[in-house]
Design a protein around this ligand. Structure first.
Ligand code: COA
Length: 234
């Protein structure tokens, strides 16, 4: 074997990366069904979404209201309000019977390579109680509806939120795709939701996912006194 050539005097020091190298930090992600222990995290993220959308004056949700909507004994995932959680860790997920044996949804795992390690200022607030160094990144809440025209059920997505420091890493796409994948699996005909007209970032994100923005449809809502006015005796 030929002797190795001596290092050239211009070789960079071993502590610096060659300019062409791309820094790579693997982040292990998991999408799973929410469990009752996620309720405090989901509630915090729904409040953060209300802040983002300037609707905190309408926000009255509590852990108890969320728990009964998601986890009452007669509630079955995908047939009523359902939450997918996306969580991430810098370490691989070890076998976790707590989630792996979920009879309704087998968790999906993916490794994402990041250029930089994410500095999460709310790390401790969103730490998963069941795992070491696993953090809740985002959630999506959805429930079934039905189209008489299509003669098929679908999913309506009520809330979709990625915590700020985790945006533009592909996590939003992964979670909305998981809802769409579940819809396909169940033979459903569509997944739909509404978006505020000023939320151009979300609109770009949805269009990138292949969603059509339906300009000709208007959302109608009966709420408050206008709803109560219909509640009297006939
Ligand atoms: C909208 C939101 C869900 C997107 O999630 P995300 O994890 O940041 O999106 P992704 O990283 O998966 O983006 C996938 C693609 O969507 C597009 N996209 C996402 N965010 C975008 C933005 N701010 N501007 C332009 N395009 C964007 C890009 O094409 C992106 O791919 P790229 O980063 O390779 O260019 C997230 O930004 C969020 O939670 N925002 C605040 C709350 C909100 O608006 N919720 C939706 C209410 S209707």
């Amino acid at each position: 074997m030929a002797a190795a050539a001596p290092p050239s005097p211009t070789t960079p020091a071993a502590t610096t990366l060659p300019e062409t190298a791309t820094p790579c930090h693997p982040m292990f992600t998991r999408i799973r069904l929410a469990t009752p222990s996620d309720v405090p995290h989901i509630l915090k993220m729904t409040y953060q979404l209300a802040v983002f959308e300037h609707f905190t004056h309408l926000f009255v949700g509590t852990e108890s209201s969320l728990s009964s909507a998601l986890f009452s004994p007669n509630v079955q995932p995908f047939h009523s309000s359902t939450v997918f959680i996306l969580e991430a860790s810098q370490n691989p997920f070890t076998d976790d019977t707590h989630f792996d044996n979920d009879p309704f949804y087998k968790p999906t795992m993916k490794v994402v390579n990041l250029d930089l390690i994410i500095d999460d200022p709310e790390k401790e607030t969103f730490r998963n109680q069941h795992g070491n160094d696993i953090f809740i990144v985002r959630f999506v809440l959805f429930f079934p509806n039905y189209s008489t025209f299509m003669a098929k059920a679908g999913f309506y997505v009520e809330d979709l939120f990625v915590r700020e420091c985790y945006r533009r890493k592909g996590f939003g796409k992964m979670l909305l795709s998981a809802v769409a994948k579940q819809a396909v699996k169940m033979g459903y005909g569509r997944v739909e939701w509404i978006v505020l007209d000023w939320n151009v970032n979300a609109i770009k994100f949805y269009e990138g996912m292949g969603a059509k923005i339906l300009q000709e449809w208007r959302l109608c809502r009966l709420i408050g006194d206008d709803l109560q006015a219909h509640g009297g005796s006939d």
